[in-house]
Structures are given as structure tokens and as C-alpha cells.
Design a protein around this ligand. Structure first.
Ligand SMILES: [Zn+2]
Length: 406
């Protein structure tokens, strides 16, 4: 790949955060909470706050809603520090990174339909169950009743309480991190497309064994080189080694641990959770995971503050960042705002847009978001003073100690 000249300022900002809405409608109460939290975190760290419009999924884009979102943020006093980044203008970068990963053998074509993937996963599950049953029968003949109970509990699944505590602690926290509708890809095309099949989608090959890659690639081989973006060097990421504590230690490279600044220690294993995941979809659209990773890395994002609905994506994003030799940011996943029906507020669930026409006072909207974040409501009606006071509260709660969230 051609390597453009890259200008790195002497002292890149120590903190770069971002808010990254998809323009599928106006901001609703839940997305205002995410916007406010990421804004406060950036201000509390005297950092930069970027706005990224994630508009690469055409069926989900509602024309004009990017401008609506920008108007809403301005109304709430949440001003970004650089021109908004539109993902639709970044497809050349996604292609370049995709080509580089493919040249490294990290991407392969997949010819499976969704239905075939579900069927294959089901067959694997059936085979596993059969094996388990056979093993149990053999064990039954040999073991005492007491030993049998222990073995049965281990093989029956990870949620049984009889499982030893040390085994439970080594598992990914899938209860929280695996969406129910996600069928792990069984790896059908991993070693080549079946005869007569053509690639429909392109998948990232998850390494489960081998030597952990260096945290940053030498500049000569790093695909994330662009003259347009600031990319802090490793030295600008405090305690970077601590944040990916399993690099150089774990036998299973897809076993990811990280410290979430709100939720505490997290463990995910994308190879169990989703398998080799898609970077380019069958309809030719770049996958969410690729866009996020390339943009965060090339914008020099040091801190990701977003809703807990994206927690399950974090392991995949860390794997991709590692493959690209990019620093891993710190993460803070916010509790989700639930609607009256008990469902998470989202555009898909028909959550209404926040009224920023002027009929509702901006401070009332901010107060509601503050409640969701557990912040005291600043006693002022002035938006700038309100944000200043909320920033001070956020700083006291989240800056310094990464564990205390009270
Ligand atoms: Zn396949």
C-alpha cells in the first residue's frame, strides 16, 4: 500500500473522545445520555470531543437526520471540537485497511447464507450434545454416583452452580456480552470456499493460538497511516499495557480482558461469542466493527464512552485493533435508558426524538439525562453553567480512580 507522509504533532492531546450516532433519526433520550456522558468525560479530562456520523449503512440512514442531530447537540450546548467525520466519506480508508488485512491472511471470503450458518451451528451443537451423552455413558460405568454428578454438571453447561469457582472465573461473561440473536459462525469457509461457492461476505479470521502481536506495528508496516489524522503514539496512552492485560500471557488469543470504567473488569471471547466475524457484508456494506475501529484508531481516540448495548462489540474491536497494531482505547459503557415498556430506548423500538425545537428548555432535557447518569442536577437554568457544574461532578467521579463510580 502507498504510504502517505504523516505529520504527527509533538504533543497530541492526551484525551480524545467521540460521540458516534448513526443518522437513522433524531437523538432520543437514550442517545442524549450517551452524548452527554462522552462530552462530560472529554471536558473533565480537558480533552477533545469529536463527532462522527456513522452513515455507512444505507438502509438505516434517514436523509437529513445528521443535520437534525447536529442541531440537537448545539441546542444542548454540546459543541464538538473538529469538523464532524462522516463514515460515508471514509470508504477508501476502510478498503485500504481491508486490503492490508487480507494481504496478512486475516480475511477470508464466506459463501454461507444466514440459514446455512444457523443449520451448521445447529449440527455442531447436536454433535457436541451426542459426544457429551456418550462420554457420560462411559463415565457412568466407571465412576461413583457422586463423581458422576460433578461431571454431569460440568458438561451440562456453564450456568450450573456446582461448577468450581475457578472455572467460572475463566469463562467469558457471556450472559451479559452475547446478544441472544447471535449465532456463532461455525467456520465453514475458514479453510477455503466449498467447491462451486462464491464469497458473499468477508470475515475476519480470529487467531486463537500463537504469539500475541506487538501493541503497535512499526510505522513501515502500519496500515493506519493517514496524513489527515492525529494518531498518538503508544506513549500517549497511559497504562496501555495494563488495559490489555492478557497480551503476552493468555494461551487463547481470543480471550479478551479489559477494564470498563463503569462496569469494572470484563472478559469476552469473540471466537466463542460470534466466531470469525464479518468485515464486509454480502450487500457490499462495510461492517460496523471495521468502520468503528479504523475511525477510532485514525482519529486517535483514547476513550470510548457509549451505551452498554455496544459492550458485546468491544472484544471484536480489540481483536481488530490488535491486528492493526493500533493502541486500544479505554472503555466506559453506560447503563441503558429503558422506556416505559421495559425495552431499551432505541430508534428501532420507536423511541421518540428529543424535542429541541425550543418548546422544551435545554436544561430540562439535560436534567433528565443527568438523572439517568446518577448525577445531581446542577441548580442553574444556564446551559453553559449547567455543563460546567456537571463536568465538575463527572471529574470527581471518574477522573483519577478508574474503579470508583459512585
Ligand atoms: Zn461461510
Amino acid at each position: 500500500m502507498a504510504r502517505p507522509h504523516r505529520a504527527v504533532p509533538a504533543a497530541p492531546p492526551a484525551y480524545i473522545g467521540r460521540f458516534a450516532p448513526s443518522p437513522s433519526g433524531p437523538l432520543h433520550a437514550g442517545s442524549v445520555v450517551a452524548a452527554l456522558a462522552s462530552y462530560l468525560d472529554a471536558r473533565a479530562h480537558d480533552g477533545l470531543w469529536l463527532l462522527r456520523i456513522e452513515d455507512i449503512d444505507p438502509p438505516r440512514v434517514e436523509p437529513g437526520s445528521d443535520l437534525t442531530i447536529r442541531q440537537q447537540l448545539r441546542f444542548l450546548g454540546l459543541h464538538w471540537d473538529a469538523p464532524p467525520l462522516y463514515q460515508s466519506a471514509r470508504v477508501d480508508r476502510y478498503q485500504a485497511v481491508f486490503d492490508w488485512l487480507r494481504a496478512q491472511g486475516r480475511i477470508y471470503g464466506c459463501g454461507c447464507t444466514r440459514r446455512e450458518i444457523i443449520q451448521a451451528a445447529h449440527m455442531l451443537q447436536t454433535a457436541h450434545t451426542l459426544q457429551t451423552a456418550q462420554a457420560l455413558q462411559t463415565t457412568e460405568a466407571l465412576q461413583t454416583t457422586q463423581a458422576l454428578q460433578t461431571t454431569g454438571a460440568r458438561q451440562a453447561g456453564p450456568t450450573r452452580q456446582t461448577e468450581p469457582a475457578h472455572q467460572a472465573s475463566q469463562r467469558p461473561s457471556q450472559a451479559l456480552n452475547t446478544p441472544a440473536d447471535e449465532t456463532p459462525y461455525p467456520g465453514t469457509c475458514r479453510h477455503g470456499l466449498p467447491a462451486g461457492r462464491q464469497a458473499r461476505a468477508w470475515r475476519f479470521r480470529i487467531d486463537t493460538t500463537g504469539t500475541p502481536p506487538p501493541q503497535t506495528l512499526p510505522e513501515a508496516t502500519n496500515p493506519l497511516a493517514s496524513a489527515d489524522f492525529v494518531q498518538p503514539t503508544d506513549g500517549n496512552f497511559p497504562a496501555a499495557q495494563e488495559r490489555i492485560s492478557n497480551v503476552g500471557k493468555a494461551a487463547d488469543l481470543s480471550n479478551i480482558t479489559f477494564h470498563d470504567r463503569w462496569l469494572g473488569p470484563q472478559r469476552q471471547n469473540p471466537s466463542l461469542q460470534c466466531g470469525d466475524f464479518i468485515l464486509k457484508r454480502a450487500d457490499g456494506v462495510w461492517a460496523y466493527q471495521l468502520g468503528v475501529v479504523v475511525d477510532d484508531a485514525e482519529s486517535g481516540v483514547t476513550d470510548v464512552v457509549r451505551g452498554a448495548d455496544l459492550l458485546s462489540s468491544t472484544g471484536r474491536q480489540i481483536l481488530l485493533l490488535r491486528a492493526l497494531g493500533a493502541p486500544v482505547p479505554r472503555y466506559l459503557h453506560l447503563p441503558l435508558v429503558m422506556g416505559g415498556n421495559g425495552q431499551k430506548l432505541s430508534k428501532q423500538n420507536g423511541a421518540p426524538g428529543v424535542d429541541t425545537s425550543g418548546r422544551v428548555d435545554a436544561v430540562d432535557i439535560l436534567n433528565e439525562a443527568a438523572r439517568a447518569l446518577g448525577l445531581r442536577q446542577p441548580g442553574t437554568r444556564d446551559v453553559q453553567r449547567w455543563l460546567h457544574e456537571a463536568t465538575a461532578q463527572w471529574r470527581a467521579r471518574f477522573c483519577g480512580s478508574t474503579i470508583n463510580r459512585q
